[in-house]
Write a protein that binds this ligand. Structure first.
Ligand SMILES: NC(=O)c1ccc[n+]([C@@H]2O[C@H](COP(=O)([O-])OP(=O)(O)OC[C@H]3O[C@@H](n4cnc5c(N)ncnc54)[C@H](OP(=O)(O)O)[C@@H]3O)[C@@H](O)[C@H]2O)c1
Length: 253
């Protein structure tokens, strides 16, 4: 059984480890045994636990799950040349990871919040040699998409990484709208959740424009509401949201 070594024992490490635990041996490198024990308890299987200081990464397959700001600090604690580092660090370039941690290969991965329910939309880029392995590893927590450049992963971060926040705003606003018209809050919430679940399935196979055409009858209720969304510049605001988030990702990296 291949071993995957997690560096970092936070939320993202746990989500990915849950996806991998049936098919890979899990090893975790952290800063405190207390947190490593808690990680093991939450994962529900026995893992190998190591302290970060002087941990030897030589020839290991590393899943790097610390915060972007921790790179320089962990570089002073870890030793050896990893075979490959799969990094989940937002906005941290392949170059920066190579300079600081000196692995043979790097793959950047960008999971999203839905990793905790095994439905992440994860984008990947980096050393092509590890494309298939990266898709298999990150595929255990949802869908993956390999992109051909780091610019593209920064754009995709604005879409899939920040996307849950944008859709949450829409979900909350529509629910508030229904409450404003007199629907009870718990009914409105239940209906909104059902709407998103069904829509999530439909959008897999149907183009958004055709979905809209399918529900919008002439001079009907949907057309009235749709016109209000266009009046409110929702389409343009969404396009601007991706631009702002992408520019911020570039600025931060
Ligand atoms: N959460 C998401 O939805 C999401 C989505 C995409 C990408 N990411 C990326 O995933 C990474 C981890 O996020 P997370 O949500 O798992 O964060 P988290 O739960 O806060 O975990 C952070 C981990 O980093 C370790 N750490 C913190 N400071 C450190 C230091 N100075 N030196 C060494 N280790 C240190 C923590 O160790 P201790 O436990 O000892 O404090 C912990 O294991 C981030 O880089 C983020 O960009 C997250």
């Amino acid at each position: 059984m291949q071993t995957i070594t997690f560096v970092g024992n936070g939320n993202m490490a746990l989500s990915i480890a849950k996806g991998l635990k049936e098919t890979y041996k899990i090893e975790v490198v952290g800063r405190s045994f207390e947190k490593l024990d808690l990680f093991e308890k939450n994962l529900g299987i026995k893992i190998e636990k190591h302290m970060m200081s002087n941990y030897d990464m030589t020839d290991k397959t590393i899943m790097l799950c610390v915060k972007p700001a921790n790179i320089q600090e962990i570089a002073t604690r870890l030793n050896g040349r990893a075979k490959v580092i799969y990094s989940v660090l937002a906005g941290t370039s392949v170059q920066k990871l190579k300079v600081n941690l000196n692995p043979h290969a790097v793959v950047r991965t960008m999971p999203n919040l839905a990793a905790s329910v095994n439905k992440s939309m994860t984008t990947l880029t980096g050393d092509e040699e590890y494309k298939i392995e990266a898709q298999a590893l990150l595929g255990t927590i949802g869908k993956t998409r390999w992109l051909s450049s780091e610019k593209e992963i920064d754009i995709a971060t604005a879409l899939a990484g920040s996307g849950p926040a944008y859709l949450a705003l829409i979900a909350e606003a529509f629910t508030d709208g229904a409450v404003k018209q007199g629907l009870k809050r718990d009914d409105a919430m239940a209906i909104m959740r059902g709407l998103f679940e069904g829509f999530g399935d439909l959008i897999q196979d149907i183009h958004p424009a055709l979905l809209k055409d399918g529900v919008m009858s002439p001079a009907g209720t949907t057309a009235a509401g749709y016109g209000a969304l266009e009046d409110g510049n929702v389409r343009s605001s969404c396009i601007n949201a991706i631009e702002k988030a992408y520019k911020k990702a570039v600025e931060l990296s």
